[in-house]
Design a protein around this ligand. Structure first.
Ligand code: AMP
Ligand code: MN
Ligand code: MN
Ligand code: MN
Length: 288
């Protein structure tokens, strides 16, 4: 499906997690791409939002404060985007801190695996470029590339870091229902991130959507840069069936992934209710 330019991009990453651009650089890139409503949705972390808000205010962009929470459903990692969250919510921040502790414990185990595979010192090598000194898998991938173990991030995942590869370590993320509850209790709208990327059968994808809706989830990312036309249609139908809104996002991580661009994704089918309708007042609030 053709990825068309849109002025709304509700899924992006900065250096506050595993993105390549600082929040200010991300905002500048969004402006250059013609985006006027931007959600910054770093993994389990909101540390980039203050800088993003300052940069957005300077150039007249609307920032939707966001996050992408790692969760678990049916023994799989499922990502839940929170849009319009209250960043100052202390309980939410404590919950994100727990997520970072899980990440830290996992990162040490990943480094141990890599050492056994012949790559010592990978924790330090990955941590120096990582926010809070806690490397995510892409930071390990970059460190492996620098160590000459592979040519790029993608290869590092294929050889070492992806599920079932030798340096993969499973993380005990909170259940999907918990992630939804955390986001809603922080005033946010909960959105299933990139539902087409979990490689689910049609029936299992429907079970995920049903479980998510029953947990109080409010939207699906129907339009994602990597979703083909069949997936977009399937998700639009599921959103309609389960009374969910539709979101759209690039899941941009930076310029090196040339096939993903800010504000570029398939058009939302006409049957969808855009999640911005639900976020209207929050977008206004984010402007102030
Ligand atoms: P983590 O949150 O530490 O488990 O790392 C997951 C992140 O790694 C995702 O958000 C993507 O940015 C990146 N990622 C996952 N799979 C791949 C892959 N096959 N190739 C490149 N990047 C990937
Ligand atoms: Mn990522
Ligand atoms: Mn994700
Ligand atoms: Mn993402």
């Amino acid at each position: 499906m053709q990825n068309l330019p849109s002025t709304v991009d509700l899924h992006t990453h900065s250096t506050a997690s595993d993105g390549e651009l600082t929040p200010s650089q991300l905002v500048a890139a969004a402006v250059a791409a013609g985006v006027s409503v931007l959600a910054v949705t770093d993994h389990d972390c909101t540390a980039g939002l203050a800088e993003a808000q300052t940069a957005c205010s300077e150039v007249g962009l609307t920032l939707i404060p966001g996050v992408e929470v790692s969760s678990c459903w049916s023994n799989m990692d499922i990502h839940v985007v929170g849009l319009g969250i209250n960043v100052d919510d202390a309980r939410f921040q404590a919950r994100l801190q727990q997520q970072m502790e899980r990440r830290s414990a996992r990162a040490h185990l990943v480094a141990q695996r890599l050492e056994k595979l012949g790559y010592p010192g990978m924790f330090e090598a990955a941590a120096h470029a990582a926010p809070q000194g806690i490397p995510a898998r892409p930071h390990f991938a970059d460190a492996l590339v620098r160590a000459g173990a592979c040519g790029d991030r993608k290869q590092a995942f294929q050889r070492y870091l992806a599920q079932s590869k030798p340096a993969y370590v499973k993380t005990e993320w909170p259940e999907l229902v918990e992630a939804v509850r955390w986001i809603r209790e922080a005033g946010g709208v909960a959105v299933v991130a990139h539902p087409g990327r979990y490689k689910l059968t049609r029936s299992k994808l429907e079970r995920l959507v049903k479980a998510f809706a029953e947990a109080g989830g409010q939207a699906l990312e129907v339009s994602v840069a990597t979703h083909g036309p069949d997936m977009v249609k399937q998700l639009a139908d599921l959103a309609e069936k389960y009374g969910l809104y539709a979101s759209q996002g690039s899941d941009y991580h930076g310029p090196s992934m040339r096939w993903v661009q800010l504000g570029r994704m398939p058009a939302l089918p006409g049957q969808c209710r855009p999640v911005l309708d639900l976020l209207g007042w929050k977008a206004e609030q984010a402007m102030r």
